[in-house]
Design a protein around this ligand. Structure first.
Ligand code: URA
Length: 289
């Protein structure tokens, strides 16, 4: 049986991710990787990860140094008076400026700031905010997009069908969802009708996520889906381009994977999500854990 077929069989590609007993390293996909016995040593793309560069702040144009020893300038030539400068219209930014300046506050203060937040229009339509779930001392941090209907009702992230799939994936990866991970979203409030987050909503909420990451200081971040990946990495690149690499966010290794809601609709891509989890585990181990 081909490795892909074995992998898919083991993953139980069915309506839900089949959790199985046993430690992650004993997964056949992992064993295949550890024992390339007969020349079949090709590494899955996700495992042959390249380290992607961390996004750099925009370069600051160097200011002209004073010219102390330059030869004396020639006398000015008489020219026509310079035209009066017209203001150049600022182009519409493609993305709203991300908020990063939130003053450090402690965890309970952060929770109550989020609970009472009125920084964008989503406060008018939410039932309640969704701060996060799991262990704030966890080494793994998973970041999704925004609360959906169930999350908005219960005040917890990933409690709907996508959440069940995520729980199964975590369990299959040997991770306890309450002990080993902390799960948060880019947005803390539900966009009405589950529409995509708007750039100004992401910008308004970004300071909260940043503070959560600073408090938790995870060893590894897994960005679930396009909005989490693009927001954290400040890129417009597609998931297809971003996954299979180890990125960095504020110095923390970051792996990109598909959003569980997408996987519910695109079951064959669960195999790729499994590869992403393998990559995440490898990065986690390499970080000395
Ligand atoms: N999708 C998300 O991105 N987050 C949730 O909390 C639920 C669904």
């Amino acid at each position: 049986m081909s490795r892909a077929a074995l992998l898919q069989q083991e993953m139980g590609l069915g309506p839900a991710w089949q959790a199985r007993a046993g430690w992650f390293e004993q997964h056949p996909a992992q064993l295949l990787r550890q024992a390339p016995a007969d020349g079949d040593a090709e590494e899955p793309a996700a495992l042959a990860a390249e380290i992607a560069p961390e996004p750099q702040p925009a370069a600051v144009a160097p200011t002209a140094a004073p010219q102390q020893s330059a030869p004396a300038a020639p006398p000015p030539v008489e020219t026509a008076p310079a035209p009066i400068e017209q203001p150049v219209p600022t182009p519409e930014p493609l993305r709203a400026e991300l908020r990063t300046e939130l003053a450090p506050i402690d965890w309970p203060q952060l929770q109550s700031r989020v609970a009472g937040c009125q920084d964008c229009r989503l406060c008018e339509t939410r039932t309640q905010t969704v701060f996060g779930r799991g262990n704030p001392q966890a080494r793994w941090m998973l970041i999704g997009e925004a609360p959906g209907e169930n999350e908005d009702r219960q005040g917890l992230p990933f409690v709907g069908r996508a959440g069940q799939l995520l729980d199964n994936m975590l369990q299959a990866a040997g991770l306890d969802r309450e002990q080993d991970v902390y799960i948060a979203n880019v947005l803390k409030c539900r966009p009405p009708g589950n529409r995509n987050p708007a750039p100004d909503e992401i910008a308004a909420c970004n300071g909260y996520l940043l503070q959560q990451i600073r408090h938790i200081q995870p060893t590894l971040i897994v960005a679930l889906g396009r909005f989490a990946a693009q927001t954290l990495l400040e890129t417009e690149d597609s998931i297809g381009r971003l996954r299979g690499k180890v990125h960095r966010y504020q110095g923390v290794p970051l792996v990109v994977s598909y959003h569980p809601a997408y996987l519910l609709r695109n079951q064959p891509d669960k195999a790729k999500a499994w590869q992403d989890l393998l990559l995440a585990h490898k990065v986690f181990r390499q970080a000395g854990n």
